[in-house]
Design a protein around this ligand. Sequence first.
Ligand code: GAL
Length: 468
Amino acid sequence: MFPPDFAWGAATSAYQIEGGWQADGRGPTIWDTFCHEKGRVFGDQSGDVACSSYELWEKDLACIQQLGLTHYRLSFSWTRLLPDGTTQHINQRGVQYYNKVIDDLLACNVSPMVTLYHFDLPQALQDQGGWVSPGIATHFDNYAKFCFQTFGDRVKLWITINEPQVCAKLGHEDGIHAPGLKEKGTTAYLVGHSMLLAHATAWHSYNSEYRAKQRGAVSLALNSDWFEPLDPGRGEDVAAAERELTFTLGWFAWPVFVTGDYPETMRSAIETRSKELGYGGAPRLPTFSKSDPTVLGTADFFALNYYTSRKVRPEDVSGQTLSMRSDQWAEDVLDPSWPISGVPWLAVFPHGLRKLLNYIKDAFNDPAVYITENGFAQVGPLQVEDRQRCEFYRSTISEVAKAVQEDGVDVRGYFAWSLLDNFEWADGFSVRFGLFHVDFSDAELTRTAYRSGREYASIISKYKSAQS
Ligand code: GAL
């Protein structure tokens, strides 16, 4: 069903699992600050301890082996390596930790895929203005080069930045992620721009300084739902669905994979709205200048995080003030035939992934694709026998197989989110995405496979035996 060397993975991120927030010289991040402010996160919880993977890495490794993964996607904590975000001060204990993780994985025949930035900006850099400060691309590039230099002999798959759209929008427009800003309709576009430039700078560094020797591949992970018109026969709905796809995925994928610039429909929608509201400042969507690094072509593969699908129709925004939402004027409607997982935003529609994969093939020049995240949330009392999630994984993976076999999409790998139940950002520990249950009430933080973990292991094992 899947090509040879298909990557079977699971994913995590540093802040969500590591804990040890002050251990061995780790510096503070914007998520430490955010969680320690009252009222930001469900139950005022934080990633101070989380799954304690900094202490209990061997337990995670045992889970990885139990699943039979070929790949494991983790992220580095920038401040565990560089406590103030700069290469002025390198924390050798952090280097030792990630060296051990990487070496242990390789010793078990598991290839690491490493994300450099998964939402956890060093607080010291936030204090200088964060993602909109002029020096941020250089700081990120220095951090990336340090990682390529230190770990690139063994890490061959790199993600620079995870979900720039989420960082920009949830962190700077909606204020529900760190750093908690609500600067509607302005800052998110600047943050997205900075992230694209930071990514491109790091990709060029890899390309010119490390690629020949290390022979790895570098990309950025883009999140998108699949958006389709509420009424496919209605032109306005079709246009609204396209607008939303453009504002979510096209915002980053278009510059990187197609033209080196933002989609024209996005720019014109934003400009039109600025005029309607008499907004007189500089264009809210920045322009790329000649002195910027080239963004076009700075991805060696397409890394997609997919969770859900939406039906879309135009939204009447006439009474609304400046915001990204009113720039898009598209309204999401959940299809009642799609079952809801544990969280209201995650409607289960595996076929949407196949459609999105086909869209990516057509719109972005048939790239090699890794599905770097996909998963199903559970809430409430523990259900180790999580049959609904088993069904979710079976049908999603079968949609991926169809995209590969019947539609010719070049999918190279699939990473389930997540290896373990973990700190789910603003939802704290109330939402569980793990293939392994973590008992957060027990000092040992015991990991126990869900039925879906065993199911995923059996899918992987069938694949492996068909290959041999
Ligand atoms: C993604 C994010 C992950 C995880 C997941 C589930 O947006 O990259 O860290 O939280 O969503 O909500």
